[in-house]
Design a protein around this ligand. Structure first.
Ligand SMILES: [Zn+2]
Length: 142
């Protein structure tokens, strides 16, 4: 991706090329799921079970899908098979959000150049837990 630090060295053609790369990647990104895939352990209903006295004996880990629906946190427990099936969809969502932020940053640079405004600062850091996929352009993200 293009980094915000040295935008004076990035040509307008580079900006347009990166914009087209992002558009092509978004076109192929597949299904996305909102929220996150979390892993947790739990205690059962049996008060005599060691899971109640020893945190290391808690059951699980279980994986679940947590998201906000109408302002409320909603959790759906997933079987191992479901977690395996849908994990890439969470990765796709993280990648999509990353690409959209980069596209917005490119747009802010392009507008600033066209209008003679001071170029925008570096975009805010990724707040999502999962790291975005490697840059498939091979140009590196140094
Ligand atoms: Zn138990």
């Amino acid at each position: 991706m293009l980094k915000g630090g040295n935008m004076e060295h990035v040509s307008d053609a580079d900006l347009r090329r990166r914009q087209r790369q992002i558009a092509a990647e978004i076109a192929n990104i597949g299904f996305c799921l909102p929220g996150s895939l979390v892993e947790r352990t739990g205690r059962c209903g049996n008060a005599g079970c060691s899971c109640h006295s020893d945190p290391s004996r808690r059951h699980g880990p279980y994986r679940s899908w947590t998201r906000r629906v109408a302002g409320k946190t909603t959790t759906r427990n997933l079987t191992p098979e479901q977690a395996q099936t849908y994990e890439p969809w969470f990765d796709n969502a993280a990648r999509l959000h990353h690409l959209v932020r980069e596209l917005e940053h490119l747009g802010a640079i392009a507008a600033a150049r066209a209008e003679g405004w001071a170029e925008p600062p570096q975009p805010p850091p990724d707040r999502r837990r999962r790291a975005p996929a490697a840059d498939p352009s091979g140009r590196g993200a140094a």
